[in-house]
Every structure is written in C-alpha cells, then in structure tokens.
Write a protein that binds this ligand. Sequence first.
Ligand SMILES: Cc1cc2nc3c(=O)[nH]c(=O)nc-3n(C[C@H](O)[C@H](O)[C@H](O)COP(=O)(O)O)c2cc1C
Length: 179
Amino acid sequence: MTELDFIFNRRSIRKFTEQPITDETVELLLKAAMAAPSAINSKPWSFVVVRDPVKLQAIRAELLFGKMNAPCAIAVCGDLRGLKTQVIERFWQQDCSAATENLLLAATALGLGSVWCGVYPSQTLVKRIQAGLGLPEKVLPLNIVYVGYPGEQKDPRTQYNPQRVFRESFGQPWLGEKP
Ligand SMILES: Cc1cc2nc3c(=O)[nH]c(=O)nc-3n(C[C@H](O)[C@H](O)[C@H](O)COP(=O)(O)O)c2cc1C
C-alpha cells in the first residue's frame, strides 16, 4: 500500500455492472477533471455526460473500439469557441488529456472502472460523435470515457522501464555507475 496506489490501480476496465452512476458521483469526477492544469489556465474543455441507454447505444455503434456496456459515457471535448489566441487553441489536446487522466484517476480512487476511447484526431469519429451529441463545429470530442462499477478486475501495475530513462543527457543509462 502506497500513496500512489490509485495511480497503479488505474487500468482500462471494459466490462461494467448495471449499477448506475449518480449525478453526485459524476460531479465529483468532473471536479477532478477540471482541476487539471491547462495552458495559460485556458480550461478549453466541455464535457457531455450520457446515461440515456438509447444514446449510449448510439455512441457504441459509432466507435469500433468503444462498445463497452458502461452505464455512463463522458465525452471530453476541446471547446474552441471564443478562445482568444491561436496559442491557446494549439494546446487543447494536452489540456483535455490532462483533464481526462484526472477523471480516470478519480474514478479509480472512488472504486469505479473507466476506459479512455479515442475519438480525435479521427475526423470520421469526430464528425460521428459531434452529430450524435449535437456538438457545435468548434467543440471537438477528444475521447469518450466510459465509467461505471467494474465488472472485471485487473492487477495494479507500473510499466516502469529504466531503459527509457537517461541520466543527465540522452543515451546515458539511468542504471549503472552513478557519477
Ligand atoms: C489516446 C488513447 C486512446 C485509447 N483508445 C482506446 C479505445 O478506443 N478502445 C479501448 O478499448 N481502449 C483505448 N485506450 C486504452 C488503452 O488501450 C490502454 O490504456 C492501454 O492498453 C494500457 O492499458 P491500461 O489502461 O489498463 O493501463 C486508449 C488510450 C488512450 C490513451
């Protein structure tokens, strides 16, 4: 048990029970998402929470690799409407990715399962999800995060690989004699 267990326990969960997710829980997840860092603190995000079974089925139909039976799907979107500079616009994917990771970690900490299903930059998927959720043209879905109570268990893990770590300059192994 360490303080970082909620990070190592986060795994992509693709099977869910039928237990619904309350508004309160959704709001807690989104508070975590919106606590993320963003370039110039621009917070260029909008979230669409979907729990209507008919709409969930429509999302599943659009995503070849996103057909999970979760009771809740959250579309994490880059909301480029009204952004003041192109600089801010250029960072929306990083900002929304940070928000997504916060959401996934918060779900894990609350005993929920979740999985990130990629949408952007596939223009086909972006257009399908925009149409399905009624998103304006300048609101771009980065992903669909399915959330629910887990119907499968996965082992916690780190994928730490010291060969990907260099000491002081690239090519100098992290392992081995320290200077
Ligand atoms: C940008 C991105 C897109 C992903 N898209 C999908 C997806 O469409 N369907 C899916 O089942 N998992 C998707 N995943 C989840 C990855 O497959 C998963 O994170 C990876 O296999 C590692 O497993 P873990 O999440 O359990 O650590 C995506 C993850 C990221 C970061």
